[in-house]
Design a protein around this ligand. Sequence first.
Ligand SMILES: [Zn+2]
Length: 336
Amino acid sequence: MKKLDIRYLIVCSLFLLLTLPFNVMAQDGAGDAEDPYAPVTGIPEGYKLIEEDILVRINEPEGTFDNNQWSNKRVPYTFHSNVNQTNRNRAIAAMNEIEAISDTAVDFRPRNGESNYVRFVSHATSNNSQVGMKGGRQDINIVSWSSKFIIVHECLHALGFWHEQSRPDRDSFVTIHFSRVQDGKSHNFDKKSSADVYGQYDFDSVMHYGQCAFSKNSPCSSSTRTITVKSPNTSKQSAIGQRSKLSDLDKLTVTMLYPPSSWRFVNGSYSKAPPASGFSFFQLGTFFLPTKTISKGVSVVPTGGTLIIQPGTYNGNGTYNKKMTFKAPLGGVTLN
Ligand SMILES: [Zn+2]
């Protein structure tokens, strides 16, 4: 196999570039003898709603997307009896949108006895979901059935995504106008300091708030908006909050969180603590436990597999005889 050459890597890097982050105990059809499709109302006891549409258990630490992906990349799903066939088809279309992302191994499938699963519920007033796999049944509540990408947004929460403007680095890209935020709602703009991010800040993400989210005043204008995009990205001001597509970086992040089984990862700047004592961290080559060197990455990638090289500078000189593909999907890779 040819010696690894930076030009070769640059070609590989054209693969893509660009960023990134509810368990409602509804009663099955309880008391709805007249209308089997009556929506569920309210928030279940023991839970609170944060950031508009994320349901978390009260007093539960808010997880990051690094420790609660779905086992085997499979997401079993079912429907509350209050979801009619039209809306079931809409939910399936939304899941298909995610499964269709190039390379991702995410697999939504009808539940067949699995203990961990999502259940779609028709809700009277709210779209919400928990973040990541929580264990047991977790509900995805939907009121906006006619919007495919609102359902996609909630499904991405269930896959482990927080909101884009919750990134720890968001203040470099947007200004939050807390004085314009509705009383008691400022917590919706908390940053998730422990959350991982992938790629650059993504104004186009389907996981970004709209510019007037939680504003005290309407209509939405430059004087009422709660989020202002900073220079040099001000042209993105009206684009944030879109719910009409997955951005390129949304797609790439799904692929990274739920990659094909033959992919391994190198990340020279990875700095998190090992998940458990005695654990051989940085040696597995998974997205969340990447190797730190090219040579180690090459050693753990299966023959014929793919090595994803995250941005950084690496000692990459050498001859690599294993058949494999290098990809640098975010670019920003230097091999010395
Ligand atoms: Zn959301």
